[in-house]
Ligand binder design. Structure first.
Ligand code: MG
Length: 263
């Protein structure tokens, strides 16, 4: 009888514990607690959760991180495959739509919107799902093999914005860190994903921008667009390097991406 009572007490304690955890995190599943031995910047971080890590990453407080903390692989996987990522993406794209809807634009064909490609227009989630959701070091060979398949699916909320912008007479410029050598496969992938129309598709000249940051590359190319007489009404990307620097556009929009960091 005593043993049964002890077992009952233990079961109750465990159930209560799990219940509290769920309520505290506001989620149905239990978030993996973050037990970082070293933070993404190499510093020791005690007692923060993976959701706090994600917020710090998205707000650009944690920068130059190399990989998702090992302890957060499950959390990031749940986030990115679940409704929250889609919802976050929707919130950003919808706000961009509200902004542009209320503008009184000059209809001279010079209004453009800059779109990044990876994790903005197209998703590399099938690749990252097979590679630890960003918790393993970046592998250039493996990633380019994936890109060269041309099978990256569309990010649906971004495509909705793309279509709205076209309907407002705004021209689309894709500006990507992908190299010139991937122009053909990128064009095919964009078409397959439902992006049929654009003013320019700017890919990176690897020689010209050798050793330069993404901020420098993208700023330089946006500046060229302005020099050609275009007005950058908006600019959307998943990396801070898409929207920092100069010639950033009248408004910038940052999509979620807790998978990797590009300076
Ligand atoms: Mg990107």
């Amino acid at each position: 009888m005593k043993i049964i009572s002890v077992l009952f007490l233990l079961a109750t304690a465990v159930a209560t514990c799990h219940g509290q955890d769920s309520v505290e995190n506001g989620l149905e599943y239990q978030i993996l607690p973050l037990r970082l031995k070293s933070g993404s910047g190499g510093q020791h971080i005690q007692g923060i959760t993976c959701s706090s890590w994600r917020l710090a990453v998205e707000t650009h407080n944690i920068i130059n991180w190399k990989t998702v903390p090992q302890e957060c692989e499950g959390y990031i996987g749940n986030y990115i495959l679940g409704d929250q990522y889609r919802g976050d993406s929707k919130a950003v794209n919808r706000e961009a739509y509200f902004y542009v809807r209320d503008l009184n634009l000059t209809k001279d064909g010079k209004n453009i919107w800059v779109f990044d490609i990876d994790e903005t227009s197209l998703s590399n989630l099938p690749y990252y799902a097979e590679n630890g959701f960003g918790s393993t070091p970046y592998n250039d060979t493996a990633f380019n093999e994936w890109v060269n398949l041309g099978m990256a699916p569309v990010l649906p909320e971004t495509k909705k914005l793309y279509k709205k912008l076209l309907s407002f007479g705004i021209k689309i410029v894709f500006l990507t860190g992908r190299p010139e050598s991937q122009r053909a496969i990128t064009t095919k992938n964009l078409n397959d994903a439902g992006y049929y129309q654009w003013e320019k598709l700017i890919l990176k000249d690897k020689e010209q921008y050798k050793g330069k940051t993404a901020v420098t590359y993208k700023s330089t190319e946006r500046k060229k667009l302005e020099q050609q007489g275009y007005r950058i009404i908006g600019n959307i990307g998943d990396q801070w390097s898409d929207i920092l620097g100069y010639s950033t556009g009248d408004r910038t929009f940052k999509l979620p991406d807790p998978l990797y960091y590009i300076a």
